[in-house]
Ligand binder design. Structure first.
Ligand SMILES: Cc1cc2nc3c(=O)[nH]c(=O)nc-3n(C[C@H](O)[C@H](O)[C@H](O)COP(=O)(O)OP(=O)(O)OC[C@H]3O[C@@H](n4cnc5c(N)ncnc54)[C@H](O)[C@@H]3O)c2cc1C
Length: 467
């Protein structure tokens, strides 16, 4: 029997462990997690009937890995989609709330009339966006920032009022430093293949209409999906399925090479000798553990900056927040507010509050451009939220309860050169067979990407140990 150690019990490590287990390869594994609980950034808190998401609150349904995993572990009956009868997101711009125009796909308008009628973008701004049809495509395919790409194709107004709040919000990132190739490679393909983003989106829509949707019985149709009990259900269900050894509250402090594999040192525990190691931890922690085996590989990992963010969930009496009727509000950086966004959690999702008399909101601070906001004291953060919920949304009621969560240096930033660094890291790690890195810092930040990466890491180890 071969032995594999998985360091990190976030969704990447859990997916890797489950893949090893299901492979029926002659492999036994130990999963080691520093915290007392598994899940990493997936943290769902249950409090008097409130379901509070402190990390991700959903996943995108077009990437199938979460649904496939849910099917395997018998969790499909708990999948839920968004309440699309309340669909709609607002952008706070020039001190007013503007509905995001219907037909906007990511940041590209695909329906002319709603876009033309929307006051969000000025007429010169709309004209500039329209130039996307005629501007030549870029010849060279080298990496560029999201900011440079959007400004080049659609102009500054589209960048500041649409792309930055929409896309920056997903990544907690700064468009000025984000690598387009690493974060949104499809945009580059669209430009290359169609010469225009709008044309590409329209073609994509036509294709999607023609394609017969594959039957997905019991799978919600919405673009974003979660679980009745929150994202944490994915973690607890997976944990219950694991048959290997799981050590919680134990930190891996050092990994060294031996003649036959690796020595894994764990604080307060005996060392483990392993034939394979999956480092399913964020880049800074992976760098620290890689240091003794491959210092240059560790340097490549150190080059991934981490941003900080904080969220506050507020529970109100529903009658006191009649403003909560859509999915929420995004606030562009140029508005110079403290908050980045507000989600009307219990409007967007069912099963998040103990009864209709309550409404749950979630407010976001921080991200790459405002990371320092994530560390201000509770009182100050609450004061900012109160002030801006009032000035932006007219919410003046006192919340019944609130929950604050901080994510310090927790959100990896895929900056220019990220893909090259990851490629170089892969080539370096090929020289240390049996050692892989997996997770949100490397090949995609979303929960579906992390599952894919954990599965891929486990498959590589299975292939290597099976030789
Ligand atoms: C506020 C927020 C909102 C988000 N929203 C979304 C969303 O809506 N949809 C979406 O798809 N994605 C979202 N994401 C991104 C997504 O949640 C993460 O990318 C993903 O959960 C990362 O999983 P992971 O397993 O790679 O890493 P992590 O979840 O970071 O897990 C790594 C684990 O390794 C452990 N660890 C670290 N060092 C050691 C060590 N030395 N020894 C032992 N254990 C160690 C850590 O304690 C941690 O549990 C969000 C992220 C945040 C922070």
């Amino acid at each position: 029997m071969k032995k594999v150690v998985i360091v990190g019990g976030g969704i990447s490590g859990l997916a890797a462990a489950y893949t090893l287990q299901e492979s029926k390869a002659q492999i036994e594994y130990t999963l080691i997690e520093k915290d007392a609980r598994l899940g990493g950034k997936i943290q769902t808190k249950y409090d008097d009937g409130f379901v509070i998401e402190e990390g991700p609150d959903c996943f995108i349904s077009t990437k199938p890995s979460v649904i496939q995993l849910a099917q395997k572990i018998g969790l499909t009956h708990h999948l839920i989609g968004t309440n699309d009868e309340h669909k709609g997101t607002y952008i706070y711009s020039d001190k007013r709330l503007h509905a995001l125009p219907e037909g906007l796909m990511l940041l590209v308008p695909t329906k002319i009339v709603p876009f033309a009628l929307s006051p969000l973008i000025s007429w010169p701004g709309k004209f500039r966006m329209g130039l996307d049809f005629v501007l030549p495509r870029k010849k060279e395919q080298e990496d560029e920032t999201l900011h440079s790409f959007v400004v080049r194709r659609l102009g500054h107004e589209a960048m500041n009022k649409i792309a930055e709040p929409l896309i920056g919000g997903i990544h907690g990132g700064a468009p000025e430093t984000m690598s387009l190739k690493a974060s949104f490679p499809s945009f580059l393909d669209m430009e290359r293949d169609h010469g225009s983003l709008v044309r590409a989106m329209l073609a994509g829509r036509r294709k999607a209409k023609k394609r017969k949707p594959s039957p997905r019985e019991g799978i919600p149709k919405s673009h974003f999906i979660s679980f009745k009990g929150g994202m944490g259900e994915l973690v607890t269900t997976l944990e219950n399925k694991l048959e290997g050894q799981v050590l919680k509250g134990k930190e891996v402090t050092r990994i060294t090479s031996t003649d036959t594999g690796f020595r894994v040192e764990i604080a307060g525990e005996e060392d483990i000798l392993a034939d394979g190691v999956i480092l399913a931890v964020p880049a800074p922690q992976a760098a620290a553990l890689l240091e003794t085996i491959d210092p240059q590989g560790a340097d490549l990992l150190h080059a991934t900056p981490m941003a900080s963010s904080a969220t506050i969930s507020f529970a109100y009496k529903s009658r006191e927040v009649p403003q909560a009727k859509s999915f929420g509000v995004l606030i562009p950086y140029v508005e110079q507010t403290k908050m980045n966004a507000v989600t009307f959690t219990s409007v967007k999702w069912n099963h998040r509050v103990p009864g209709e008399e309550y409404t749950l909101l979630r407010v976001f601070f921080g991200g790459a451009k405002k990371s320092h906001y994530a560390s201000v004291p509770d009182e100050e953060l609450l004061g900012w939220a109160k002030e801006e919920l009032s000035s932006i949304l007219g919410i003046t009621a006192t919340p019944e309860r609130y929950w604050i969560h901080r994510w310090i240096e927790a959100r990896p930033q895929y900056t220019i050169g990220h893909l090259d660094r990851m490629q170089e890291l892969t080539e370096r790690l090929d020289k240390t067979p049996g050692l892989v890195v997996a997770g949100g810092s490397y090949r995609g930040i979303g929960v579906p990407d992390c599952i894919n990466d954990g599965v891929k890491g486990a498959e590589e180890i299975i292939a290597y140990l099976g030789k």
